[in-house]
Design a protein around this ligand. Structure first.
Ligand code: HEM
Length: 380
């Protein structure tokens, strides 16, 4: 059985060519896990990223009514943990004798451990880890939030259903949802929406990122709560678009830059977004390399038969999206890029704070912020 020993590594970095050039570019991946493998990048058929323009906010009424109904139930003393017909009751209530449980932090740690163990065991996935795609699932579940109407966000796990599952921006996230299905079967009392976000937290922590405090309280919802297409960012756009999309969720400039540091992880796929390649040489270890590479490398348009993206001119093996490059074109964003490029601790702190906020968007918590729990990694 695989465990998280120091000998194991998620870090598999794959220059498309010239491994020596790549190693001279290699930045802050931590040495204990720094086991760069060589592999050629995948090329496959092309599909565009995202996103039709957003139609009228037709799901907002449903969301508000549903929210009110849930609030009424909660006010009546019930704790809802999922939408599978299971209503979990407060400790000492009649439901306990019917065999229903009230999950404790220790129960959630068990879920965390199961996700972490599966991450380590399923290293056959690209770059050796499902971590990046799990994080992307949690972000796309949360990033549909609209502060004005209170619709979308991590409450609901509506990406289980068409049409949301089929939105262009969500291409490829079935891998993450399917990965989590056995864990949902193992812990049927947790809602999909809590599980997806807990798994995003687990992915960040197991990929050596900062601790992300978490609390339960998300309720699964039916497909009438699916958000309209077009709420997630379109990578071909500029800084105005970034501000419009993240501003709609309630984030400020500094938080937008901090959240973007997630692109130290994972890669683009031609058969998902149409874009191709990783941002860093250690796509399964969270570091501030994304910011350092943005500033320190020379970037030019990649010449290829695909959507407009940048490549590093030294090794031609890394990529940046137009929206990534907007972070150094915009002078206010650039100040934060410079700050995080210099100071990994500052990045980790601000990333954690912003991710906590992202992951809680649209959730009608009964608990207080002080009730958040923190999970131990498998190694701790
Ligand atoms: C302007 C904002 C953003 C844009 C335009 C954007 C766009 C993209 C695109 C096009 C991909 C490639 C998808 C694929 O082909 O598989 C991607 C991957 C990814 N994004 Fe973002 N993203 C943004 C913000 C974020 C944020 C805020 C997070 C998390 C906090 C995030 C986390 C990730 C991760 C982890 C991957 C890698 C997924 C994988 O390897 O399968 N992104 N993003």
């Amino acid at each position: 059985m695989a465990t998280a020993t120091a000998a194991r590594t998620f870090t598999k970095a794959f220059p498309r060519s010239a491994s020596s050039a790549a190693s001279s570019l290699r930045l802050a991946a931590r040495p204990s896990r720094d086991n760069a493998a060589k592999r050629f990048f995948q090329q496959s058929s092309r599909r565009h990223y995202s996103s039709a323009p957003e139609p009228a906010k037709k799901s907002s009424t449903g969301a508000i009514v549903g929210g009110a109904a849930a609030a009424a139930l909660l006010a009546g003393g019930l704790w809802l943990y999922n939408s599978q017909g299971e209503v979990h009751l407060k400790s000492g209530s009649a439901g306990q004798s019917a065999g229903l449980i009230t999950p404790t932090p220790a129960d959630y740690q068990k879920v965390y451990d199961a996700v972490a163990k599966a991450l380590w065991e399923h290293d056959e996935y690209e770059d050796g880890s499902y971590g990046p795609v799990l994080l992307r699932l949690a972000w796309h579940a949360s990033g549909t939030y609209d502060a004005e109407t209170g619709t979308g966000g991590s409450n609901g796990a509506t990406m289980r259903f068409s049409p949301e599952a089929d939105h262009g921006a969500n291409a490829g996230l079935k891998n993450a949802r399917d990965f989590l299905e056995p864990i949902k079967q193992q812990f049927p009392w947790i809602s999909y929406s809590d599980l997806w976000i807990l798994a995003g937290v687990c992915a960040v922590q197991e990929m050596q990122g900062p601790t992300i405090p978490w609390r339960p309280g998300r309720q699964d919802r039916d497909l009438s709560f699916c958000t309209p297409d077009g709420r997630l960012p379109d990578a071909s756009k500029d800084q105005n678009h970034i501000r419009a999309i993240f501003g709609r969720m309630g984030f400020n400039d500094q938080e937008m830059v901090a959240l973007s540091g997630a692109h130290a992880l994972g890669r683009c796929h031609t058969d998902r977004s149409g874009y191709d390649g990783p941002w860093t040489f250690s796509p399964t270890v969270l570091t501030n390399d994304y910011y350092r590479l943005l500033l320190e490398e020379k970037w030019g348009w990649r010449k290829w038969n695909g959507p407009k993206q940048y490549e590093d001119l030294k090794t031609h093996s890394l990529m940046m999206l137009p929206t990534d490059m907007a972070l150094i074109k915009d002078p206010i964003f650039k100040k934060y890029v410079e700050k995080y490029a210099k100071d990994n601790d500052a990045f980790f702190k601000d990333f954690s704070d912003a991710v906590v906020r992202l992951f809680e968007l649209g959730v009608p918590f009964q608990s207080k912020a002080e009730d958040r729990m923190t999970f131990k990694t498998l190694e701790q």
